[in-house]
Design a protein around this ligand. Structure first.
Ligand code: ADP
Length: 484
């Protein structure tokens, strides 16, 4: 089978969040099962072109107002072909989605152009995919275009749309339809219209042959008013075509046995290296050097979704009452950044806060901390709780989305679990659960270590995920055939 993945992010080229980790993983794992997979991305200014080659011929992009010319670049990474759309008017900028905390105002133009370019490149390269798999609203117009624009050579290509995060819909002005050449009839509540504008995510949900969400619980949650972000009705309408597939972890990048970014390697058979990592991290970030104190880590975008405002609220109480250290790496909301920074001054040696994006430090924290805090209000899948478990760092999580599906709550009777889970989203539950983890660390050390070893052996392998996507691709082809 030939599959084209269209995404706004993919490591190692462009990353803002978990979407970037998952897309190339799907590509590699499905390639590993013997299929041909290409990934297409915008060529952002930040992407290093040293190892990329470009086609001499310009590529035509068929927009509603006429044609544009862009340039196609290519490279191969870990056995997967990556294609890049160069069009500097939209992508030759410093940011991916925006700058200085502000999204670009023309993101709807940028990504609808990219979506059309992803379709036109199939003709240009003479590589006709069986399935085009698009991700989140940025590429959500692809299923709509495939159906409504009747692109001749792609008439047999099925579409799969994956929801990584329901919160962003790609609201666009009505003029989007003319801009990309979609018929005006789509400005309709049973198509793309919502609240007098165009909702790209809604279009993708209604038009894709199959839809997936990045965990089973999230697939269930988004059909409800509470988590559906206003699109629960279209999702209920498509419920039979909505499938939950949990993300996998790239064990070439995230394994304490051979991670080049950590100072000592370790495994579930021998945790000694984890202690060495802890001492090195404490030294590096200015915490008191002490292997025996409970170290709690956070790595996150600082946005409302992640619930870290609640951590900020209870941090003084936690630090005053418990023998713990706290290390945070993150960036986002400036008020939250300042609030966390403030504690570094007041609790010197026990709190370390690094504002910014730092891949090496994120590996160090995963390897060094004893617990990882992730009290997300909602979490489609979440990657960090899985990385944490594989590094023997027990996650403390709210039971939502992928956190619920991947973290097994500690059971004091059977002495096992892979983390600490709370169900009620409030300050008290969060506080009590951190206390519970702390008590387990100090008073039931044997259980804590058994949990670490158990968590480190969890299976988040790519193969499981690849087989699930492959099934969806097959279903989508059948569904597409029926609808033609
Ligand atoms: P989301 O996609 O909602 O941000 P995930 O847990 O799915 O959350 O994925 C987040 C990814 O981004 C992880 O790979 C995490 O390690 C990484 N990450 C987030 N913030 C930072 C940061 N400040 N520095 C380094 N890596 C980060």
């Amino acid at each position: 089978m030939k599959i084209l993945l269209a995404s706004a992010e993919a490591v190692p080229f462009a990353k803002v969040g978990g979407l970037a980790d998952v897309v190339p993983l799907i590509a590699r794992s499905v390639t590993g099962l013997g299929h041909e997979v290409h990934v297409v991305l915008p060529l952002y200014a930040s992407i290093d072109r040293t190892n990329l080659t470009h086609c001499d011929q310009p590529m035509i992009v068929n927009m509603g107002y006429g044609i544009e010319f862009c340039r196609l670049w290519k490279t191969t990474n870990l056995g997967v072909e990556f294609l890049f759309i160069e069009f500097d008017r939209y992508f030759g900028r410093a940011g991916i989605y925006g700058e200085n905390g502000e999204g670009y105002r023309d993101n709807w133009e940028r990504f609808s152009f990219f979506s059309r370019a992803a379709i036109d490149l199939c003709d240009f390269t003479n590589w006709i995919p069986d399935v085009i798999h698009s991700h989140d609203w940025h590429t959500g117009l692809i299923p709509v275009m495939l159906r409504e624009q009747r692109v001749y050579r792609l008439s047999k290509s099925a579409s799969v749309f994956t929801i990584h995060n329901m919160a962003h819909h790609g609201y666009s002005p009505r003029g989007l339809l003319n801009f990309v050449g979609l018929p005006e009839k789509l400005f309709h509540p049973f198509a793309l219209e919502a609240f007098g504008a165009i909702n790209i995510m809604k279009g993708a949900i209604l038009y894709a042959d199959k839809i997936t969400a990045v965990s089973q619980t999230y697939a269930d949650e988004i059909k409800t008013t509470e988590h559906g972000c206003g699109l629960n009705d279209p999702l209920m309408y498509r419920a039979a075509d909505l499938i939950g597939i949990c993300n996998a972890v790239d064990s070439d990048i995230w394994s304490p046995k051979n991670d080049p970014l950590i100072p000592a390697k370790f495994s579930h058979n021998n945790l000694a290296g984890k202690g060495k990592c802890k001492l090195a991290l404490q030294e590096k970030v200015g915490l008191n050097v002490d292997e025996n104190i409970l170290l709690i880590g956070v790595i996150s975008r600082l946005v409302e979704q992640k619930g870290l405002d609640m951590v900020c609220d209870i941090l003084p109480e936690l630090l005053d009452n418990l023998h713990i250290q706290f290390v945070l790496l993150g960036a986002g909301d400036s008020v939250l950044e300042d609030r966390f920074r403030f504690y570094t001054n007041n609790y010197g040696g026990r709190v370390a806060v690094k504002i910014g994006y730092d891949n090496s430090l994120s590996h160090m924290i995963e390897a060094s901390a004893d617990c990882f805090l992730m009290p997300s209000r909602y979490e489609p899948c979440g990657m960090n709780q899985m990385y944490s478990m594989l590094y023997g760092t027990l996650p403390i999580v709210h039971a939502t989305g992928g956190l619920r599906d991947t973290v097994e709550n500690y059971d004091e009777q059977s002495h096992i679990g892979s983390g600490f889970v709370f169900h009620q989203l409030d300050h008290r539950s969060l506080y009590n659960t951190v206390c519970w983890a702390c008590a387990t660390y100090y008073d039931r050390k044997q259980d804590f270590v058994a949990m670490q070893k158990y968590a480190m052996q969890k299976d988040f392998s790519m193969n499981k995920m690849a087989n699930a996507y492959l099934k969806v691709y097959e279903y989508s082809l059948k569904a597409h055939e029926r609808s033609r």
